[in-house]
Design a protein around this ligand. Structure first.
Ligand code: C2E
Ligand code: MG
Ligand code: MG
Length: 763
């Protein structure tokens, strides 16, 4: 930034200075100085801002450099012959123009060829209009009416090239967005050149040497180029989607219509005047007429191009809608099926179990967990781990045929034995145990994956959730008893389950004893890998015991309602801590909210109160909810939506957490009060990120979110390859072990300071 302002200051000072040093020698020095300044600025700007397309800037650099060299030769080596050899000077300068034009033409690094060509036509229309006026106002009185055109036609070469350059300058503005200060400055520099060379043509040609005005024009032109190269916006390529570019603007159309109407009218008036003053010559008629005809042809061409672009856009839209439908289908499948093994998921088991109970059918629930699966992962890597799971599920399916086999979670499977008596179930379970003792071929290994099993007889007097919980209790018992065996849920285990109830008691005490902590995991803006925010993640540290991760107690706290006070605590604590970071570095905080919390009537007021007492502005808070919260109908969902809508009206933002794992209707995204989507980590491609199948879903989600003006945050980013992929696909932010694990407050504060400090160094 400092450099930029220094450049601006020098450029601004140069101009009045030009009028002070009004001797030609002083002016020439000034001109050489400004060119040198522009060269230095371009070289610095390209190094500093690293534009994606430096070639354009180097072409501009070459052109300015050549002109400078030409000037030095002319004014230093041949000072006396300078006035006598205008042709030679013109040739030197003449070479610099095409190079400069190429530079300016290549500057907008446009991704849409259609828009780029259209930009060319549009700028040509404007340029033609300007050229007609220019011809009538300057060229005609200086060269035609005086008859000088026959001896000094070469004087036209430079201003004519300036017009072409002017055209490219106009195109730059048509293609860029209005915030691109750098492009405006480059275009301004093109205009300054046109003015300078026209001044030379009208005044200088008779005097035979450059005038003050034309030199000031050159100095201004170089100064503007220098500032443009130093301005940070020079690093942006053209970011506008075609529909916001010049073509869509009504104002732009008015300009073209105006040009087409004005040029023939002006030409007519001009010819009339020339006729009246008796200076009408053939050139007077031919040049403006040709330009006018050319303008009209360009306007027709523009219409054709617009049509073509409209058709292309319609086709794109159709394709997007089609892929949205495909994404929808894929998500529906994913919501019911596990991607890795193709087995139905937990929710399917829950539904079928409920049906069986409602129908009063007997049967049993079998819950399996692989023994030592973690070791396999650790020893052979995740790919082998994944393949093992695939093999296991294939074996289960072979063995259990018609029964429902589901994957519950990582290495956990469940089987619903509908209609089975307890004896049948017992026998089946033993068969499974035996079958799993045989080795499984995975890659080049023969792996053993014994299982532990919990068995629960169906009981129509209990809800599905209770039976499932009992099966889990039995499974735990089997693990504790030494694995590779099964346990039937019985009276003794029922006692044990009561233990779980005691966990709830401990949690209740934990609240009063202040045993909870907040860890923070950075949210990273992928464009520059800076920390823009943190996610608050709860931890439980019972006195004298190991730290308990949330997966182990959030569920229990939800069931027992304890999540309401715990959730309120974490919200207040997070706001308090982050308020300081926000004041210093603009850090925002993302806090997880359980569905259960949103059922509380005073959830909304509680959040506002936490914000008020911590001093954290609402804009700095993001609430993370899961998809399920918003999609069901009924008063609970309405309550949740009304809380979130109220909070959003205060500026709080809402993110959908673990997107893609829960409900799968995309339609709801459109109508619900949400701002961000957090793409669940199961979507992160593992292994080869270049694999098209791995990218398709992520890309579809990002595009869909962009279409709905929701920003995306990728969860579970673990590798540099994933970062590169996400950046390429246009994902805005990421979170994951690659950047940082969740860390305690002091460590998070340090990470944020460091990130902010590195930002300071670069600007
Ligand atoms: P979540 O909201 O999806 O949080 C992200 C989880 O992913 C965190 O686990 C985090 O440690 C983990 N993670 C982050 N980066 C990576 C990565 O690169 N790879 C892998 N494999 N994992 C990563 P954590 O802290 O154990 O939290 C688990 C879940 O518990 C959270 O999932 C959230 O649903 C819940 N939770 C955590 N804190 C709270 C809370 O304060 N309130 C509520 N209601 N739920 C919470
Ligand atoms: Mg979360
Ligand atoms: Mg998540």
């Amino acid at each position: 930034m400092g450099l930029l302002w220094a450049g601006v200051a020098v450029a601004v000072l140069l101009v009045p200075f030009a009028f002070v040093v009004s001797t030609l020698g002083g002016l020439a020095t000034l001109m050489l100085g400004s060119a040198a300044l522009a060269l230095a600025a371009i070289a610095t700007g390209v190094r500093l801002h690293r534009p994606p397309f430096p070639r354009a800037w180097w072409l501009i650099f070459t052109s300015v450099g050549l002109a400078l060299a030409g000037n030095v030769i002319v004014s230093v080596l041949l000072p006396t012959s300078m006035a006598g050899s205008p042709v030679a000077i013109n040739i030197v300068y003449g070479i610099t123009y095409p190079i400069l034009c190429a530079g300016v033409a290549l500057l907008p690094n446009h991704r849409r060829p259609g828009a780029a060509v259209l930009g060319l036509t549009e700028s040509a229309i404007i340029t033609c209009g300007v050229a007609v006026v220019w011809w009538m106002a300057f060229v005609d009185p200086t060269l035609i009416d005086t008859g000088l055109i026959h001896s000094q036609a070469y004087l036209l070469v430079e201003p004519f090239l300036d017009l072409v350059l002017f055209g490219f300058g106009v195109r730059l503005l048509l293609l860029s967005d209005s915030r691109s200060v750098s492009y405006w400055l480059v275009s301004g520099s093109c205009v300054a050149r046109l003015v300078a060379d026209t001044a030379y043509l009208t005044v200088g040609s008779s005097a035979g040497f450059p005038t003050t005005l034309s030199i000031v024009g050159w100095v201004v032109g170089n100064g503007l180029l220098a500032v443009a190269a130093l301005h940070p916006s020079m690093k942006r390529s053209v970011p506008l989607p075609a529909n916001q570019a010049s073509l869509g603007r009504h104002g732009a159309t008015r300009v073209y219509v105006g040009t087409v109407v004005a040029t023939p009218v002006l030409t007519g008036l001009f010819l009339l005047r020339e006729g009246l003053t008796g200076t009408l010559s053939s050139l007077d008629v031919v040049v403006p007429m040709v330009a006018t005809a050319f303008t009209s042809a360009l306007v027709i061409q523009r219409m054709r191009q617009l049509n073509r672009i409209a058709a292309q856009r319609a086709a794109d839209l159709e394709k997007a809608l089609h892929s949205e439908a495909e994404l929808q289908r894929e998500l529906v499948f994913r919501s019911a099926h596990d991607v890795l093994t193709g087995l139905p998921r937990r929710s399917v088991l829950h539904d079928r179990l409920t049906e069986a109970l409602d129908a009063g059918r007997p049967g049993a629930l079998v819950l399996l967990d692989l023994d030592g699966f973690k070791d396999v992962n650790d020893r052979f890597g995740h790919t082998v781990g994944d393949d093992l799971l695939v093999e296991v599920s294939a074996r289960l399916r072979d063995l259990l045929g018609a029964h429902l086999v589901t994957r519950m979670h990582s290495d956990e499977f469940a089987v619903l034995l509908e209609g089975a008596t307890l004896t049948d179930a017992w026998a089946t379970t033993e068969r499974v145990l035996l079958a799993m003792r045989r080795p499984l071929p995975v890659h080049d290994h023969e792996l053993f994956a014994t299982v532990s099993i919990g068995l629960r007889e169906l009981d129509v007097s209990l809800p599905a959730a209770d039976l499932l919980r009992d099966a889990y209790v039995a499974l735990h018992a089997a693990k504790e008893a030494g694995r590779n065996q099964f346990v039937l849920f019985d009276q003794e285990l029922r006692e044990k389950r009561l233990e779980a109830t005691r966990t709830v008691e401990r949690l209740r005490e934990a609240i009063t004893r202040d045993e909870f902590l907040v860890y923070f995991q950075p949210l990273i803006r992928l464009a520059d890998e800076r920390i823009t925010g943190v996610e608050a993640l709860i931890r439980w540290q019972p006195a004298g015991e190991k730290m308990v991760p949330p997966d182990r107690f959030i569920g229990v706290s939800e069931d027992s309602g304890l999540i309401v006070p715990i959730g309120a605590w974490i919200l207040r604590e997070s706001c308090r801590v982050v308020a300081g970071w926000h004041r210093r570095h603009g850090t925002v905080v993302s806090v997880n909210v359980s569905p259960r919390q949103l059922r509380e009537p005073d959830f909304g007021p509680m959040v506002l109160d936490a914000l008020r007492s911590s001093g954290l502005p609402p804009q700095a808070l993001i609430l993370e909810i899961t998809e399920g919260v918003l999609v069901n109908s009924g008063t609970v969902t309405e309550q949740a939506i009304s809380h979130l809508s109220m909070l959003r009206s205060h500026g709080v933002r809402v993110a959908v957490d673990d997107f893609g794992t829960g409900y799968s209707s995309l339609a709801y995204l459109r109508d619900l009060p949400i701002d961000h989507i957090k793409i669940d980590r199961s979507f992160m491609p593992t292994g080869d990120t270049a694999d098209p199948a791995a990218r398709t879903l992520v890309k579809a989600i990002i595009d869909l979110a962009a279409g709905l003006r929701l920003s995306t945050i990728a969860e579970g980013v673990e590798t540099a390859d994933q970062v590169a992929l996400l950046r390429e696909l246009g994902c805005e932010r990421g979170q994951g072990f690659y950047f940082s694990r969740p860390v305690p407050e002091p460590d998070a504060a340090r990470l944020i300071e460091q990130s902010a400090a590195s930002a300071g160094v670069h600007s």
